[in-house]
Design a protein around this ligand. Structure first.
Ligand code: BEZ
Length: 401
């Protein structure tokens, strides 16, 4: 491939964690890469807002368990680039009503998938969860599982590590405040227009998180997604010694209280002395990213604070340091990731790779590798068949290229 002026082998659109990771893997293959970010790098305006994420192996589907396992060597590789600990291994606690099938799946199904993949875990009763993990007043019918490899991801350090690598790489050019306004395919090359100039590449990787439609609309299609503006808050520890794992509680909704919550341990990199607890539901999903606000929904915060007060020990149930995180989710129940080539009606579609939708924080290092593989070779050794959902979610716009 040639290396001339504003000509690149690959242009990655979207400079969040997934785009940074794709650029990292492309640079390792010596592909001349341009990484474009519409806002500034390391911003708080997309799905990477906040600084922690859950690394967890339990999933109700075996293929998801397998993919998380396959991501571990890629986390280890990233870890070797920084002295900052990227994953604080505190374990994953999944508990709640065993009959509930939530957006994250179901406890019994996850146990089956973990067993099939030889992943160790212990099962727990409600009394054990209260005794060992500091929760209280749980219904006696609740069950749980603890998986010791779960971790709290330092997402900020993860992004910073990838950013630093790309900044130093002779193969990567990074440009921020560079929203893409036009994409034209000419003679098997893509001309990508931004306020900073027009750039040309043979391949495109599109990973702008919840802003995906603003990019793919330029290629004549869009995806069907729903948008959650997720609320989160920190709660002050009143008992300094107790430590929670990363956890998720499965419960049936009560009216507009979706009643699914999740939380983190206290971490040194984010409001030490406080722990983060968040709701995994929204009262009102959005139909486009423009509808989001940076102010959390007060009812979602109140439902979460009430749960903290009723069921957690050692915390003051007043929410502090509140924030929101915008995520695009597919409309099928388990909120899959979408990883695919552009649809066939887009010229040169096999040279356009796209990642959109779903909760992908735990997959940042491996997803960059998968996108890089697909862009450079058209294939990846990882099983992405479950995520090639373009035929379900892509819709052609009337006016094509
Ligand atoms: C996840 O691990 O994918 C996840 C955890 C909490 C809320 C949403 C997603």
């Amino acid at each position: 491939m040639e290396n001339v002026g504003t000509n690149y082998d690959v242009i990655v659109i979207g400079g969040g964690p997934i785009g940074l990771s794709a650029a990292y893997h492309l640079s390792k293959c010596k592909a001349k890469t341009l990484l474009l970010e519409q806002f500034t790098f390391l911003n708080q305006l997309g799905s990477s807002a906040g600084v922690s994420r859950q690394f967890r192996i339990p999933y109700p589907e075996e293929y998801m368990v397998k993919l998380v396992k396959q991501s571990i060597p890629f986390w280890d590789e990233l870890q070797s680039l920084t002295p900052t600990q990227l994953r604080d291994k505190v374990g994953t606690l999944w508990f709640g009503d065993p009959a509930v099938h939530s957006t994250e799946g179901n406890i019994g199904q996850a146990e089956k998938a973990l067993t099939a993949e030889n992943v160790p875990y212990t099962t727990l009763t409600a009394a054990q969860i209260e005794r060992e993990y500091h929760f209280k007043a749980l219904p006696s019918t609740y069950t749980g599982l603890f998986q010791p490899d779960g971790a709290s991801i330092d997402l900020k350090a993860t992004q910073q590590t990838l950013f630093n690598w790309n900044l130093a790489s002779p193969f990567v050019t990074m440009k921020d405040e560079a929203p893409v306004t036009r994409i034209v395919e000419k003679h098997k090359k893509f001309e990508v227009t931004t306020p900073l100039g027009v750039f040309v590449a043979e391949k495109l990787v599109i990973a702008p998180g919840p802003y995906v439609n603003s990019v793919i609309n330029l290629l004549g299609f869009h995806i069907e997604a729903t948008y959650w503006n997720m609320a989160s808050a920190f709660y002050k520890k009143t008992k300094p010694d107790i430590q929670y794992p990363t956890w998720f509680v499965f419960q049936n909704p009560i009216g507009e209280n979706g009643n699914q919550f999740y939380g983190f341990p206290e971490v040194s990199w984010n409001y030490p002395g406080y722990i983060r607890v968040a709701s995994d539901f929204v009262i009102q999903p959005l139909t486009s990213p423009e509808q989001r606000t940076l102010v959390p929904n007060p009812k979602e915060l109140a439902f979460t604070a009430a749960w903290v007060e009723n069921h957690m020990t050692g915390l003051d149930p007043i929410p502090h340091f509140t924030s929101t995180c915008l995520v695009a989710l597919s409309k099928i129940p388990n909120k899959e990731l979408l990883i695919d080539f552009a649809p066939p009606y887009v010229p040169d579609h096999k040279n356009i790779v796209l990642y959109a939708t779903g909760w992908a924080g735990k997959f940042v290092p491996i997803l960059g590798k998968i996108l890089s593989d697909l862009a450079l070779t058209g294939h990846t050794p990882f099983d992405i068949s479950h995520f090639q959902l373009g035929h379900v979610y892509f819709r052609q716009l009337k006016k094509n290229l």
